[in-house]
Design a protein around this ligand. Sequence first.
Ligand code: NAD
Length: 526
Amino acid sequence: MSASRDHVLLVGMMGAGKTTIGARLAAAMGRPYLDSDLQVERATGMTVPEIFETRGEAAFRREETAALRAALSSDRPAVVAVAGGAVLDDGNRSLLARSGTVVWLRARPETLVARLGSGAGRVLVQPDPAAAVPRLVEQRYPLYEGLASVSVDVDDRAPDDVVELVRAALVRDVRVELGDRSYDVRVGPGARRDLAGLLPSRARRAAVVTQAGVGVAVEPGIDSVRIEVPPGERAKSMATVEWVCRELARAGMTRHDVVVAVGGGVVTDLAGFAASCYHRGVDVVHVSTTLLGQVDASIGGKTGVNLPEGKNLVGAFWQPHAVVCDTDTLASLPAREWRSGLGEMAKYAFLGLDDLDVLPLAEQVARCVTLKAAIVAQDERESGRRAVLNYGHTLAHALEAAGLAVGSGEAGAAGGGRPEPAEPMRHGEAVAVGLVFAARLARRLGRIDGARVARHLEVVERYGLPSTLPDGVSPAELVELMGRDKKATDGLTFVLDGARGVEVVPGVEPAAVLDALAETAAEVAA
Ligand SMILES: NC(=O)c1ccc[n+]([C@@H]2O[C@H](COP(=O)([O-])OP(=O)(O)OC[C@H]3O[C@@H](n4cnc5c(N)ncnc54)[C@H](O)[C@@H]3O)[C@@H](O)[C@H]2O)c1
């Protein structure tokens, strides 16, 4: 994973409490705490007043920018107290904007003056803090306001109260509107701590269904049993559903209790399906712990398992009672799983969420959830518009079914070189290739122009994902597999871009498909 876009960045004037709040917030969120002034002092071996005195403010600002860059380059999400004046620099402001959620600790000037006292150790307010603070406030407050997506007033508040307000402001709810089956998706760092309050009030017991590799602890706040299913996709089987249901029965779970699925798409698909049939349906709450799960699998109520004959062939629409997308859980995701989620994110770029990748991570997830929620609300059972969520998936499913290998993916990042065969493609990697293929097919059918195809390539490559067919692929086999796609009810059916946006296009000629496949493979040699 590259540098995190999920830092919490505290900005505000000296005296607003960034250091105290930052350290306590970091402890509460289980994150490292970084202070950009302290980083400068460490790097230079001098105190801030000493740097100002011996080298001047311009030199200090250069050190400050370097310290900020170093702090924000970490891929582990941190809480960062940003020096008050760092926002004066345009470059620092854009770095902050793309590195996480900027939180402004806002204080009235009189609060700051009272807290700063004589201003000892604060060179910029010397010699008269009461005169200097309003000047600095006038200069900086518009910049803080422009940058911050969260503002918390700190006047008259104890530090722990401010910490709680910041934590609450970092998570947001996205509503999935489905009449009496509507529910909220809580998104943001630390969101899983709210789990107890999101369970149905009638539930007396919870069955936490998870997988060993997930490693995310939750506290349902009521009596609970843990059910651990086998690792990997093989957990999505009828045999595991039976075993989970029997575990629920052995634990004495009633129809008023709740299943809590903690994991990626495998766990939420499986546990959701078990919940849909146990006692003819019990509540399920998803705590989604993979990027793919958060932006896609956990939202919308599709649940199911695989058969030896094919993926997801048995299932049910079973809407969860609530979904939790705690972006903190993503920090431990293996790189390959992270990339798999990025493939789904790349898809959203063509469904209306352009330039998603410049936003903080929690905002990216929230926007994907919002878009998926809106589509599901229009077409819960996929009788129409919901099919656009399968953009790029027809070829992806064929590639996955063919079990084709792909390299570590570095080739995609490097611009489409030939990947080394290694593990089978992850779903999102296959979707990325599927998006580029779908664009080429759409161009061959006269639906989009070359510039739009180039945009597909640009998005996929910006995410460092593969854009070409892997080695050893048989176009004829892929066409045959795509013809067997569940959605292919009228000849070869694809979801394709066009003047009206992305839509379902049935009856596509195999010759056009073969040509688009050849073009996608030819790119490898280019
Ligand atoms: N229901 C839907 O609408 C829908 C949509 C898309 C995909 N899916 C399904 O989702 C499944 C794929 O989901 P996935 O990509 O999340 O894979 P996954 O559930 O297999 O998880 C991937 C791997 O990451 C591990 N893991 C999970 N959370 C982790 C964490 N926080 N830290 C470290 N490791 C963690 C898991 O143990 C697993 O090994 C497929 O079965 C697919 O069919 C369903």
